[in-house]
Ligand binder design. Structure first.
Ligand code: PLP
Length: 400
C-alpha cells in the first residue's frame, strides 16, 4: 500500500464552508466576510492586534520586507537551511541575505553566530525561521545584540501553533508570518498571513496587498505601489474551517509524531527530531530524520565556521557519503511506495545562489552536513499507526 509524503485534512466542514461561498455568498468570491473571519481567527489565536491574509507565505514575507523598509545594500541575517522563500525575501527588495550556520540539534540558526553576524554594521534585520516548526530562540539572539536596533521578522510559515517559553511562534518578533500550502499544518490551498501589533506595518500590508489602495479610499485610488496578493473567499472559507479544527489537527499531528518516536527510537544510523526543553508545544510540520551514521567523522569539521581549503576535499567526501546513504534509504522507501523527500537542500548551494554570490561547499559546514542527510518521511494529520509501522519497518530493516 503506497503512503503519501503529506496531504491536507479536509472534512465535511471544509467542504460545507467552501460550498457556501459558491452557493450562498451572492457572488462575493473575493473581499468578503470569510476573509474577515479568517483574519479574526488569527487575531484571536495569536493575540496580535492585526492580521492580514494574503495569497501565499512568500507574499506575506515580501510585504513585510517592504513594510519594515529593508532596501538596497541592507544585509539581513537568516538561515541557509530553510525553504528558499525566507532567504529570497531580502533579495525581493534589493537587500542581501547574510547566512549564518545552523545548530546541529535544532537545525535553526546558531544563536551565537546569528548574534555575531547581526552586529555587523551593514546588517539591518533578521529573518528568524522556525524550521520544521521548531521555535528559534529569538530572545537569546536579541540578548546578543547589545542594544543595536535591528528589525526582526519571524518566518513561522512552518510553525503555526508552536510555543516557546509560553509564547506562540509568529508573535516573538515585530511581525510574523504563517503559510498554508497543502502540506502545512492547516491549508487554504495557497495562502499566507501576517500578524503584528504594529499599526504602520498593518496599514502598509492591507494597502499593498490590494493594489496600494488607501484603507478607506475609493476603489480606483492608489496611494502607493501595490500588488494583488489578496486571498479569495474560497481560500479563506477553507482556512476558517481549518482554524476551527486547529486544536484537533495539532493534537493529531502531535500524536503521530509521538508514534514515530516510539517506532523509530534506537534505530542505528539515524537521528530523530530534537525538541528543546524550552519548547512548550511543538507544532509538527514535517517529520524529518537525519542520517547520523557519520557524526563521528563530522566532529572533525564542527569547529570551523568555514572549512579550510586543505580540508574541503575530505569534507566533500563526507557529504557525498552521507548523501549516498540517504539516497539509498530514499530509493528503498520510494520503491516500496513510500513518499519521502530530501529536506532541505542548503539554500546557498542552490544554483542561482552559487551564481549570484559564489558560494561553495564548505561555507556553512553544519548546514551542508545536515542537508546531506535529512529526509522527510510520510507525515500528515490522519496518518495511521499501520502506515507509520510500515514506514518504520522499512527504515529499521534498512539499517539492520
Ligand atoms: C519557512 C518557509 N517560509 C516561507 C514559505 C513560503 O510559503 P508559500 O509556499 O505559501 O509561499 C514556506 C513554505 O513552504 C516555508 O516553509
Amino acid at each position: 500500500m503506497s503512503i503519501p509524503l503529506s496531504g491536507p485534512d479536509i472534512t465535511r466542514k471544509e467542504i460545507a464552508y467552501v460550498n457556501s461561498v459558491l452557493t450562498k455568498s451572492g457572488g462575493i468570491l473575493s473581499i468578503g466576510p470569510w476573509l474577515e473571519k479568517f483574519e479574526d481567527a488569527f487575531r484571536t489565536f495569536t493575540g496580535r492586534k492585526y492580521a492580514v491574509a494574503v495569497n501565499s507565505g512568500t507574499s506575506a514575507l515580501f510585504l513585510l520586507a517592504n513594510a519594515v523598509g529593508w532596501k538596497d545594500g541592507d544585509r539581513i541575517v537568516t538561515s541557509p537551511y530553510s525553504f528558499i522563500a525566507s532567504a529570497n525575501t531580502p533579495l525581493f527588495v534589493g537587500a542581501v541575505p547574510k547566512f549564518v550556520d545552523i545548530d546541529l540539534k535544532t537545525y535553526n540558526m546558531d544563536i551565537e553566530k546569528a548574534g555575531r553576524a547581526a552586529l555587523s554594521e551593514d546588517v539591518k534585520g533578521i529573518i528568524a525561521v522556525d524550521v520544521f516548526g521548531h521555535p528559534l530562540n529569538i530572545s537569546a539572539i536579541k540578548r546578543k545584540l547589545k542594544g543595536k536596533p535591528i528589525t526582526i521578522i519571524e518566518d513561522s510559515c512552518e510553525a503555526l501553533g508552536s510555543e516557546f517559553n509560553g509564547r506562540k511562534c509568529g508573535t516573538l518578533a515585530l511581525a510574523g508570518t504563517y503559510a498554508f500550502y497543502p502540506n502545512k499544518q492547516i491549508t487554504t490551498g495557497e495562502g499566507g498571513i501576517i500578524v503584528t501589533d504594529n499599526k504602520k506595518i498593518y496599514e502598509y500590508c492591507i494597502s499593498a496587498r490590494s493594489q496600494g489602495r488607501a484603507i478607506t479610499g475609493l476603489w480606483l485610488e492608489h496611494e502607493r505601489l501595490g500588488y494583488n496578493f489578496r486571498m479569495s473567499e474560497l481560500n479563506a472559507a477553507l482556512g476558517v474551517a481549518q482554524m476551527e479544527r486547529l486544536d484537533e489537527i495539532l493534537e493529531k499531528r502531535n500524536r503521530a509524531a509521538g508514534r514515530y518516536y516510539e517506532l523509530l527510537r534506537g534505530t542505528r544510523g539515524i537521528t530523530l527530531p530534537h525538541i528543546s526543553p524550552d519548547v512548550n508545544f511543538m507544532s509538527w510540520f514535517v517529520f524529518v530524520v537525519r542520517i547520523s551514521k557519520y557524526d563521528n567523522e563530522f566532529a572533525e569539521f564542527k569547529e570551523y565556521d568555514i572549512i579550510p581549503n586543505n580540508k574541503r576535499n575530505k569534507f566533500g567526501k563526507l557529504l557525498r557519503k552521507t548523501n549516498n546513504l540517504r539516497s539509498s534509504l530514499l530509493n528503498e522507501l520510494l520503491n516500496k511506495g513510500i513518499g519521502c523527500k530530501p529536506y532541505f537542500t542548503p539554500i546557498h548551494l542552490q544554483k542561482f545562489y552559487k551564481r549570484m554570490f559564489g558560494y561553495k561547499i564548505g561555507d556553512f559546514p553544519v548546514t551542508e552536513y545536515v542537508g546531506s542527510g535529512t529526509l522527510a518521511i510520510p507525515f500528515f494529520t490522519n496518518i495511521t499507526l499501520k502506515q507509520q509501522k510500515q514506514v518504520a519497518k522499512i527504515i529499521r530493516d534498512f539499517f539492520n
